[in-house]
Design a protein around this ligand. Structure first.
Ligand SMILES: [Zn+2]
Length: 225
């Protein structure tokens, strides 16, 4: 480590040891396991005429040890490279509570994919994914409570399913509104101006919480007759 224009610098050899560069900072988090680390530098190469470089590191954590790439841009005026981005981007899996994942494994899967799409900056696709996850959640929840009506529930539009089969008023009111916002994500014209994907996620989360509470309450009452 040394000082350059008042900034702490690291010197690294790149391009097969033929060239030395100074970087303003080394990555301090592994983009794969998301843990704070002092990564091991392996090698680096410049990839364009501007002198921008990709540096290869390995994660020192025993349960990770994966390789990742840190992209640096060259600042000609300041005479060093500054950290721009880390690859691969690895969105963390979202935990879906066990009571709900058991009712609808498909919900857990699609909900997670929607979160990943959002983490990759694909907000429009994420919105459609959240809407789809909600449909699975509500239909699987209704089928679990009305196994003899499975075919009927699968075929009906989701709004009708909520009206006809959801008796828990909290689940009904929240899921109904989540569907209103969810439909906005799939339709050409938005009906709910000023509401967005954040509100949709919140409503799905509350719906999940109400379903979880219902399941836990029922199990407790069954256990303590
Ligand atoms: Zn790691």
């Amino acid at each position: 480590m040394f000082l350059l224009n008042g900034v702490d610098m690291e010197r690294l050899l790149i391009n097969g040891g033929k060239e030395q560069i100074s970087v303003n900072v080394l990555p301090d988090i592994c983009p794969i396991c998301s843990v704070g680390v002092s990564p091991n530098f392996v090698t680096g190469f410049s990839f364009n005429d501007n002198g921008d470089v990709d540096l290869l590191f390995t994660c020192p954590k025993a349960n990770c040890r994966k390789m990742f790439i840190a992209s640096y841009r060259r600042d000609v005026m300041k005479g060093y490279h500054f950290l721009k981005s880390l690859l691969p981007r690895t969105p963390q899996a979202v935990d879906v509570v066990q009571e709900v994942a058991e009712i609808s494994p498909q919900f857990a899967e699609i909900y997670n994919q929607a979160f990943q799409a959002e983490a990759y900056g694909l907000g429009e696709v994420a919105g459609v994914g959240f809407r789809k996850s909600l449909e699975y959640l509500i239909k699987d929840y209704c089928i679990a409570k009305n196994p003899d009506k499975e075919e009927d529930i699968k075929k009906r539009p989701i709004a009708q399913v909520i009206e006809a089969f959801v008796s828990n008023e909290n689940v009904k009111q929240c899921s109904k509104r989540a569907i209103w916002l969810g439909n906005d994500e799939t339709h050409y014209v938005r009906k709910w101006e000023g509401k967005d994907i954040k509100d949709l996620k919140l409503l799905i989360q509350i719906t999940v919480n109400w379903i979880q509470q219902e399941v836990i309450t029922r199990k407790l009452l069954e256990d303590m007759q």
